[in-house]
Design a protein around this ligand. Structure first.
Ligand code: FAD
Length: 92
């Protein structure tokens, strides 16, 4: 069913589930909320665009980091923004 859903969503855009999906893991729990810096106890210079997470997400060869932690932003648009950044790192 998962493969059928992926095929419905992305098949017309080039995904071939039999070729492109090696395995699907369904028994893990998402990690919840990424840490966001707080003025109360974090360095005031740290923000979504600057801080240890920016160092931590540096590209390493053909590995780029995409997740909400790498944006220091707890919500799904942070994860989406990070995916966009990571793909650009690998393709530009
Ligand atoms: C209760 C709750 C409610 C939320 N509500 C909202 C909301 O209303 N709006 C909003 O914008 N955001 C919401 N969020 C936050 C949102 O879910 C996260 O920002 C987003 O899911 C982060 O995406 P991610 O890709 O960084 O990480 P995740 O979604 O956590 O994805 C990481 C994936 O990696 C998998 N994984 C982990 N370890 C391994 C491994 N070793 N091998 C293979 N796979 C692995 C996990 O199973 C998971 O599927 C909510 C979060 C929680 C917990």
């Amino acid at each position: 069913m998962i493969k059928q859903q992926l095929d419905s969503a992305w098949g017309s855009h080039g995904l071939d589930v039999e070729r492109d999906v090696a395995a699907i893991t369904v028994n893990r729990w998402p990690h919840g909320y990424a840490y966001e810096y707080m003025d109360l106890w974090d360095d005031h210079a740290w923000s979504r665009g600057a801080g240890p997470h920016v160092t931590g997400r540096q590209q390493l060869g053909q590995i780029s980091i995409a997740n909400s932690d790498s944006e220091s932003y707890a919500y799904v648009n942070g994860a989406i923004d990070s995916a966009y950044r990571a793909v650009r790192e690998l393709t530009t």
